[in-house]
Design a protein around this ligand. Structure first.
Ligand SMILES: Cc1cc2nc3c(=O)[nH]c(=O)nc-3n(C[C@H](O)[C@H](O)[C@H](O)COP(=O)(O)O)c2cc1C
Length: 211
């Protein structure tokens, strides 16, 4: 009934009904709600919000246990801890995975790494038992900020994420790196960074035939 009404009203509303069913999940790795990573994330989300519903999962607010490598998940898709079900559900229902994080010691901040380590049941399912053979059907991107003018941390994180993404059926689709933030005087993004964001959004939308 509701859908029919929208169909009659016009094509733009129909577009909203159909397209907004796409879901994006943001793994947010910064402890700061209004820092550089938040600024970058908000800009990116404002560009995709017409097409995606999104949920932001703040790593520093999650109260989950670290993986202890017990191996229970080697034989079946399960975990000795039951505190990951909510995140598991979000992953399963999202077609776009966004990792937004500051670089800490050339890697992720610890709370974000903890979450990724808990994805071991996916790894076991795909690699140890070889049960998942379908092509990767999600897209994954990374939005990073770092204090120095150096890209080494981003390269290391990209390598880690390619592995992590592949275990959750996700293909690495692009990245944005906001460097040198420790020498910025305000939170203003450069014009070239904004153009990079728009290009990445275009690429994502095109690959899903949204436009
Ligand atoms: C514990 C810690 C480790 C850091 N390690 C790096 C690093 O390895 N390379 C780098 O360029 N910046 C490093 N930084 C700087 C942050 O990446 C940078 O300030 C970031 O933009 C902060 O983002 P935020 O405003 O979202 O907190 C580090 C900062 C902290 C607090």
């Amino acid at each position: 009934m509701f859908l029919n009404q929208k169909l009659i009203i016009g094509r733009d509303l129909l577009r909203d009904v159909v397209i907004k069913s796409k879901k994006a999940l943001v793994f947010f790795g910064s402890p700061h709600e209004s820092g550089y990573t938040a600024e970058l994330t908000n800009k990116f989300l404002s560009e995709i919000s017409r097409d995606y519903e999104y949920e932001i999962l703040k790593a520093y607010e999650q109260n989950i246990k670290p993986c202890i490598g017990c191996g229970i998940c080697d034989s079946e898709f399960t975990c000795r801890y039951k505190d990951f079900c909510y995140i598991d559900n979000l992953i399963k229902h999202s077609s776009l995975i966004i990792v937004a994080s500051p670089i800490y010691n050339l890697s992720f901040p610890a709370p974000l790494k903890l979450i990724f380590d808990r994805m071991q049941p996916y790894f076991a399912e795909r690699v140890v038992r070889g049960e998942i053979r379908n092509p990767m059907n999600k897209m994954g991107i990374m939005l990073l900020t770092c204090g120095t003018n150096c890209s080494e941390g981003a390269k290391i994180i990209k390598r880690q994420l390619q592995l992590i993404f592949s275990t959750i059926n996700t293909q690495f689709a692009g990245q944005i790196l906001w460097k040198n933030t420790d020498n910025e005087k305000n939170f203003k993004m450069s014009r070239s960074l904004i153009i990079e964001i728009k290009k990445l959004v275009y690429k994502i939308k095109n690959r899903e035939n949204i436009t």
